[in-house]
Design a protein around this ligand. Structure first.
Ligand code: SF4
Length: 342
């Protein structure tokens, strides 16, 4: 067993703005997370999904029942998790699968992905994460959650843990526009997101934000306003997903009743939206994901038929066609607040 070294890697040597494509992008037009991981750790960091049985305040009644309008966690969970409750067994199965698919993976990270994985007492979190960390193949943790499930006590615990092992905290932003968040029944606003990022960054945690492009009420103007807001968040990485309408969600119910009332992005306009955001981001924010794949049998909206590995080359091609790059429109002055906690 080995653990990845503690993560004192936030302060990137990359410039805060880029009048030309930074050399540190390693021949690309954006800062790819996988390239960074390869350089820093010698290879791919492969996530192994784990279901620890957590729920979500937007489902258990604390904030609401039924969840965000787009949410059906079945759409995002690997089939190998079905029926397995023991975390060690889930990791055994996931690692076996990942070794076949990604033979050059450098390290495996337990990915607490389903629902809100900090929505429990610190004692319960310690138990769940501990069960993953004692597995001999696991070198660190990735923890997905909502911004309103990060009280100071939890962040203090995660900060302590991150001094011993790799911990990446993945926070669902989805949109920076309050009207969009309200429409999709998210149950929190963007100031909640900003507050969570600020408090987590002060503790030195590695922070990834998760964004959904194409939600109802989102427009090109709101995405650009959102990009300005994102540029001021202390995020280390971002993940982009296209909105796909998944069966058994509130959105699917509305979509199936009146598909003509939805304006879903096609591939080209989706990539353009991501570019509109990325060219306004600081160059040192790593782009971890550029799209998503949902099993066709749970998809209600049209299937693009795109495998995950096709997004990066298409994105690169589109950046080249628009002659732009990450950070090209990022403002000159230092705007990222607050400074990381070490
Ligand atoms: S998307 Fe996340 S926050 Fe929303 S209902 Fe699903 S698990 Fe809960």
């Amino acid at each position: 067993m080995f653990f990845l070294p503690r993560q004192a890697f936030h302060r990137s040597p990359l410039p805060k703005m880029s009048a030309a494509i930074p050399e540190a992008f390693r021949g690309r037009r954006y800062n790819a997370y996988n390239d960074w991981a390869k350089e820093r750790y010698g290879g791919r960091l492969q996530k192994i999904s784990v279901d620890a049985g957590f729920t979500c305040p937007n489902r258990d009644g604390l904030l609401g029942f039924g969840g965000c309008s787009f949410c059906n966690n079945e759409g995002f969970s690997p089939s190998y998790l079905k029926g397995l409750r023991d975390i060690g067994e889930q990791i055994d199965t996931g690692v076996e699968f990942a070794r076949r698919r990604y033979p050059r993976a450098r390290a495996f990270l337990a990915y607490f992905q389903r629902y809100s994985n900090t929505y429990a007492t610190v004692e319960k979190l310690k138990k769940a994460y501990g069960e993953a960390l004692i597995h001999t193949d696991i070198a660190g943790l990735v923890i997905g959650t909502r911004p309103d499930c990060l009280p100071d006590e939890t962040l203090d615990y995660l900060a302590g843990l991150s001094r011993r092992v790799f911990v990446e905290l993945e926070i669902g932003i989805e949109s920076c526009e309050d009207a969009v968040l309200k429409e999709c029944l998210r149950g929190h606003d963007f100031s909640c997101t900003r507050d969570a990022f600020t408090r987590a960054a002060r503790r030195g945690l590695f922070l990834t934000g998760h964004l959904l492009i194409g939600l109802p009420l989102e427009t090109r103007e709101s995405l650009i306003r959102g990009a300005e807001a994102l540029a001021s968040l202390p995020a280390d990485a971002l993940k982009f997903h296209q909105l796909q309408i998944v069966r058994n969600t509130r959105l699917a119910k509305r979509y199936l009743a009146a598909p003509e009332s939805f304006r879903l992005p096609d591939m080209e306009s989706y990539l353009d939206s991501v570019i509109d955001i990325v060219e306004r981001l600081p160059p040192n924010v790593k782009i971890q994901r550029l799209g998503s794949e949902v099993p066709p049998d749970v998809l209600a909206s049209p299937d693009w038929g795109m495998r995950l590995d096709k997004f990066p080359p298409l994105f690169e091609e589109r950046l080249r066609a628009r002659n732009t790059w990450q950070g090209r429109l990022y403002a000159v002055e230092e705007r990222r607040v607050p400074e990381k906690g070490r």
